[in-house]
Design a protein around this ligand. Sequence first.
Ligand SMILES: [Fe+2]
Length: 328
Amino acid sequence: MHRIVLILLAALGLALPRTSAQVKADLRGIPATVYQNGQKIRIFSPDVSETVRIFVISDTHIFRSDEREDPFREYSDRMAKAYNSTKHFLTGEKTNPEESLLKTLELAKEHKADVIALTGDMVSYPSEAGVEWVKNALDACGIPWFYTTGNHDWHYEGMEGTEQQLRETWTQKRLLPLYQGYDHKLYSTEVKGVKLIFLDNGIYEILPEQLDAFKKEVKGTQPKLLFSHIPFYAPGYSTSTVAHPKWGLAVDKNYKIERRLPWPAEGFGKTTVDFWKAILKASRKNGLLATFSGHLHTQQSSVIGPWVQFTVPANAVGGYFEVTVEPL
Ligand SMILES: [Fe+2]
C-alpha cells in the first residue's frame, strides 16, 4: 500500500485490524500490585485514596559518643569502630554513617516525603551522644519520623543479662527519646489513611504481648505496612531471620564476637512462629500490603503468596528505600 495511504489510515485508526471492543489489561479484583526500580518501590491498592511517600532508613550505625560513654567503653568499643568509614554501596565513594543519614534526610525533604520509617541499628550501641545526634538530625529535617530498634541500638556487648533484659534496660535508659512516647514493643501510626505498624523484633523472638497487639492492630481491611528490624523467614533468606526453621545455636556464628548469649539450640518458640503466620494471614485478609526490614544490610525481597517483604540496604553505606503507596 502507498505510504501516504497508510499514514492516512493510521490517523483514522484503520491501519490494523481491531475487534469491536478494545482489549486492555484489567486489574479489577486485584487487591494490590508492587513495582520496584532500584531504591524506589511503588505499591498500588484500590483501598488507598491518596499517595503516601515514605523514606525507609535502616542500619545507619552512628558510632558517636562523648565522655558520658567512658564507663561503658568495655561494652561498646568493638561496635564503636565497626562502621567509622564506609563505601557507598552503589558508587563505591568514601562516606560515613553521619554523612549518609544527612544526605538521605535531605533527599527525603527534596522529594517531599510524608514520613520517615526507621527500622533499627540507627546507633551501633546506646550512647547518649549517638541517640541525641540522631534525634536532632531527624527533628531538624521537619518530616514526621517513627523508629523501632535493631539488635545493636540497645546492646552493650559482654554485659550480663538475657537479650530481653538488656533490651528492656537500655531501651528505657537511652532509647526512649527515639520512641517519642510510643511503646517500643509494638505501636502504630496513620498517614493519609495508611496504617504504619512498628514492631521491635531486635531480639529475634516475639513476645506474647507483641503477638496480641499485632492481631488487634491488623483487624479490618485498612491498608497497612509493617516495619521491623529483622526480616522474617522466607525460603532463600538467611537463617538470621525471624521464624527461620534453621535458626538456633547450630547457625549462630556471632555470639562470641558479639559477647551475648547464643541462640537457643531448639530454635524459635511458638509465639514467634505464630507471629509469622499472623503476618501471612494479615497479608491475605487484612490489607497488609508489605513488610519492611533491615538488619542484613543488603537489598533483598521475597514474595510468599500475598506477603511481599523488602529488606532495605544499610544506610551506613548510603542505602534507603523511597516507598510510595498509591491508589490503584
Ligand atoms: Fe545493622
